[in-house]
Design a binder for this molecule. Structure first.
Ligand SMILES: Cc1ncc(COP(=O)(O)O)c(C=O)c1O
Length: 392
């Protein structure tokens, strides 16, 4: 039964505490980590130690990448990777991405030129990229969206044809397979995030994967202030090191990654099976040959057909204790710090309709079932709820 709180909520701010987690980090049990942590503490080598080296080797193997460098966040990895390319001018970037994509450009004094995404796939529209190229363009930045990769091969080709750099914000990409191959082998470099909302977490962390050894070298030095070891820095780096504790958490998680993807796939199958008949509700479109990491599970709510606007549905779900996120609304070109008047109709439509449902590697099928049941009931009661909200 839908609670009587719903009609009141449709018009106002949500006030109820969620009884279900939007996402929860999957971390190895403490008993497994405790001896590692003890050894790190006793050794005194809290950072720049053997676990970091071991993690980088393991990830190189896992990603089938020639060069992997771990840093303390995806954002710092992006900043350093972009810095290594010594660019100036404009970078074409999808507006439908997370703020860190754009900030990494800003920290390198580059100008983001926001372009549209593909409807429902949410990744950057290649035609829009091509149309945005000017003599000032120096690079293309692409991004995975919720585990769905952009058209990386085509973007690489386009960048080559136009003589541009191409790098990818692959924050959501760990666990994704493209034609059976792991992410991390396209563009000049890709950067994954290992923050708590990602499938494989280090608590906080980032992983740079690149086919170009000189970029890996730049980031190794750049995560350590740009100090090549002699104290005579040839560029201004950051402190972007990954500590031994973080590396130990991620090392213990890596063998579990595949089971996390499988767990999410089961939830996605359940969500899709239960919700596919609802009018005005659509799923993210992932092209054949791609296995998404399902970092998030977005649905799209077309207000007219569903009977409620996305924002109303979000409040109604929260009233039932179910938290959701409208990622990435507002999009990049509408963020106060980048504000540009642009016509990006697909991005705006996606931003108005998208709603990410609860998803984690630890979520149970019963929890997903509860979300589905609630969505189904809300849709059935949509006319009455919308009317009640209008009278509030
Ligand atoms: C698309 C995207 N890029 C970059 C980031 C930033 O990652 P981090 O928090 O590791 O810096 C995130 C964080 O969720 C993200 O979603």
């Amino acid at each position: 039964m839908i609670s009587s709180r719903v009609p009141a909520l449709l018009g106002g701010a949500p006030t109820f505490q969620p009884s279900l987690a939007f996402t929860r980090p999957a971390v190895p049990p403490f008993a497994e980590l405790a001896p590692e942590f003890e050894e790190i503490l006793n050794s005194g080598g809290l950072t720049k130690g053997p676990r970091l080296a071991k993690l980088e080797a393991a990830l190189q193997d896992h990603l089938r990448s020639p060069n992997v460098v771990c840093v303390n966040s995806c954002t710092s990895g992006l900043i350093l990777g972009i810095q290594s390319l010594k660019l100036s001018g404009e970078v074409i970037v999808p507006s439908f991405s997370f703020m860190a994509s754009f900030h990494a450009l800003k920290w390198n004094n580059l100008t983001p030129v926001f372009v549209d995404c593909l409807p429902y796939a949410l990744t950057v529209d290649l035609a829009a990229v091509r149309a945005a190229v000017t003599p000032r363009t120096c690079a293309i930045m692409s991004a995975y969206v919720f585990g769905n990769p952009p058209y990386l091969v085509e973007l690489d080709q386009l960048a080559k044809e136009l003589g541009l750099a191409h790098f990818c914000d692959s924050a959501h990409g760990i666990g994704t397979l493209i034609d059976g191959a792991p992410a991390g082998n396209h563009g000049d470099f890709e950067v994954f995030s290992c923050s708590p909302t990602k499938l494989l977490t280090a608590a906080e962390g980032g992983v740079v994967s690149t086919r170009r050894p000189e970029i890996a070298q730049w980031i190794r030095s750049g995560r350590d202030y740009g100090n090549p070891g002699s104290y005579d820095c040839d560029f201004a780096g950051l402190n972007a090191r990954m500590s031994e504790f973080h590396a130990a958490i991620m090392l213990a998680g890596l063998p579990r990654l595949e089971s996390y993807v499988q767990a999410r796939q089961r939830l996605v199958d359940l969500y899709q099976e239960r919700l596919k008949h609802l009018p005005g509700l659509r799923f993210q479109e992932v092209r054949p040959g791609v296995r998404s990491s399902h970092k998030d599970f977005p649905i799209f709510i077309e207000a007219q057909a569903f009977g409620l606007h996305r924002n109303q549905l979000q409040k109604a779900l929260l009233a039932e204790g179910i938290p959701t996120r409208a990622y990435f609304d507002p999009p990049g070109h509408q963020l106060t710090c980048y504000k540009q008047t642009l016509d990006l109709p697909v991005t705006l439509k996606m931003c108005a309709e998208v709603l990410c449902l609860p998803m984690s590697s630890l979520m149970t099928e019963q929890e997903a079932e509860r979300v589905c049941q609630c969505l189904i009931e809300l849709q059935q009661q949509a006319p009455a709820l919308a009317k009640a909200a209008a009278l509030e």
